[in-house]
Design a protein around this ligand. Structure first.
Ligand SMILES: [Zn+2]
Ligand SMILES: [Zn+2]
Length: 190
């Protein structure tokens, strides 16, 4: 399968302040930022095709507008895809959950990737097709946070996530989040 990431991306120009403005425009699920199942609809402006649009500043007097799906991809991967189309394996255009997105290039590749990705991630699962029917209010609880989760918590805290929101996302207390961010806990993890 084509490595979309390597052929279709340009370095990300997003400043941290833009990333901070991005998340409040997304309706996240109660499972938090590691959730791969639920759709996260864009709740701010949309274009005529139903895709979310996000305006951000790239220089003091220069603004740029991109589809929210592309911005989500850039936040997670560090680079914008060059392709115009960002496809959803959940078939839900306003969704900006990174795990539901993949960039398309040529139609052939695209169909192929779509097919493979569907199979690989089990998107016929009801959670993908009817995220609104998935029970809410149940938080994933982690007996023990993994090293990757510790890194994610620190990363997302620099991107504007409040400690309360991070606590809810990772199923731990706000106090625990604070001690992770200040490196009182898990100080050995960079
Ligand atoms: Zn979820
Ligand atoms: Zn989705």
């Amino acid at each position: 399968m084509t490595d979309f990431y390597s052929i279709t991306s340009v370095p990300c120009l997003l400043h941290e302040s833009n990333i901070r403005r991005f998340w409040p425009k997304v309706q996240l699920c109660t499972h938090g930022i590691l959730c791969t199942s639920c759709c996260w609809p864009w709740i701010a402006g949309q274009d005529k095709d139903g895709y979310g649009v996000f305006g951000f500043r790239i220089a003091p007097n220069r603004w740029k507008q991109k589809r929210a799906t592309h911005v989500s991809w850039a936040i997670h991967t560090g680079a914008f895809p060059l392709v115009e189309q960002m496809l959803h394996n959940c078939d839900n255009p306003p969704c900006v959950n990174f795990w539901h997105l993949f960039p398309g290039s040529q139609q052939d590749n695209l169909d192929d990737a779509r097919k493979k990705r569907r199979l690989a991630t089990g998107t016929k699962n009801g959670k993908y097709l009817h995220p609104d029917k998935t029970p809410r209010g149940i938080q994933c609880s982690f007996a023990k946070l993994t090293e990757q989760q510790i890194r994610d918590i620190r990363l997302y805290s620099t991107q504007g996530w409040s400690q309360r929101k991070l606590g809810a996302a990772f199923g731990v207390s706000k106090t625990m989040i604070a001690s992770i961010i200040s490196r009182q806990s898990w100080a050995h993890i960079n």
